[in-house]
Design a binder for this molecule. Sequence first.
Ligand SMILES: Cc1cc2nc3c(=O)[nH]c(=O)nc-3n(C[C@H](O)[C@H](O)[C@H](O)COP(=O)(O)OP(=O)(O)OC[C@H]3O[C@@H](n4cnc5c(N)ncnc54)[C@H](O)[C@@H]3O)c2cc1C
Length: 419
Amino acid sequence: MYFPGNFYPLASPLMMTAVADLPVSSAATAPEAFDFDELLSRVHAIGRDVLAVHAGDVDRRARFPVESITAMKEAKLLSAYVPVEYGGMGLNMIETSRLCEAMGQYCGSSAMIYAMHCIQVACVVHHAQQSAYFRRYLRDLVTEQRLMASATTEIGTGGDLRSSVCAIEVSGDCFTLTKKAPVISYGEYSDDILVTCRRSTDAPASEQVQVMVRRGEYTAEPLSTWDTMGFRGTCSSGFTLTSHGSTDQILPTPFNDILSQTMHPYSHIVWGALWTGIAADAVNQARAFVRAEARKTPGETPISAIRLAEVDLVLQEMRHNVYSLAREYNELLSSDSRESIHGFGFSIRTNNLKLSCSQRIVEIVGQALLICGIQGYRNDSKFSLSRHLRDSYGAALMVNNDRITKLNATMLLAHREGH
Ligand SMILES: Cc1cc2nc3c(=O)[nH]c(=O)nc-3n(C[C@H](O)[C@H](O)[C@H](O)COP(=O)(O)OP(=O)(O)OC[C@H]3O[C@@H](n4cnc5c(N)ncnc54)[C@H](O)[C@@H]3O)c2cc1C
């Protein structure tokens, strides 16, 4: 239902529980200093006890994984990338990627929601700390464990992040903004959404800013539903967002810089990490299947074990590629030599990571299916790989691979030397 003329919180069927309203255990405080391995073990425990338990139902009903997000909040994971001085855990790119990979092993949709939230957090952490508004926001994010979503895709520009149709309209220190967004993951359940738009009504499509719109300050009129092949629990329906707020909510850095320095590399790394988690779970299932086969014929290595060795090699390559770029990006961020992040070389390598991971995940899950055979093909088997396979096909579409390949082709033609 749409409430015209006024700025209400998201309305039914969008009148869902804001994630910040979900209970957080009073004992859940971010540790002042912590052991990352201990944190990772805790995330695996949450994965086993919560994400994996509900993954089938989340997928079947294409419902928001409320149990997963509540558990993440209780563990203060929504502020894992927020610097320690605001109360966050101050994790780096590599550590955040490892959490995404761990979650991907239990529920692809929950891991994707977590990864997408972390991308938005990184945009604020990297590009808005000079603003008192966003410094306060980061503290609120820690205490309230607010869930952040993103609206970049737009009717008229599709997956082209570098241009917008909609424009922010500023009057005094207030703004209004309307965007037709065909895909906003967990838009009905998020607390805040970072929206891209032109910086003024007379600005060209490429002069963009990113604006935070807050629950209670926008209406969302449904445009499309989310009944898809995979990542069904991300609930990525489309909405016309109509929002208002204070100009303080505009990120102080031009979106072009946010995109090249943060959104582009960060997205492809955390997506690659969680896809690696999905692929690793498929390989684990294949391993369990081969072990069960091997027990039937003691002393003989089943033919499927050869396939297992082959697919394990591809998984290792995929994981290696993710962490190699995560390490490079982490070093660039900490060395403050941000110039290289703008370079063609880093950009092409980032795109190549996305292209290769989105292909590897389909290959690995497909090989695991071949190993498990009909048991993997069945929906009612403990070796079922249906959800993994359906999720894996979404990877190539999240910023379409053709679009990325064309960008790389253009950069390679302009770039004379090897990168
Ligand atoms: C699980 C999932 C979650 C998502 N969550 C969000 C979200 O939270 N927020 C958000 O804003 N978006 C989100 N998206 C949207 C996504 O990131 C893409 O932007 C969107 O799916 C692109 O839609 P499209 O394929 O129709 O459009 P396009 O990318 O425009 O592609 C359409 C077709 O045109 C071709 N094409 C278009 N332009 C070019 C070009 N320049 N060069 C070569 N080929 C081209 C492509 O090959 C493709 O066949 C999500 C997508 C998925 C799958």
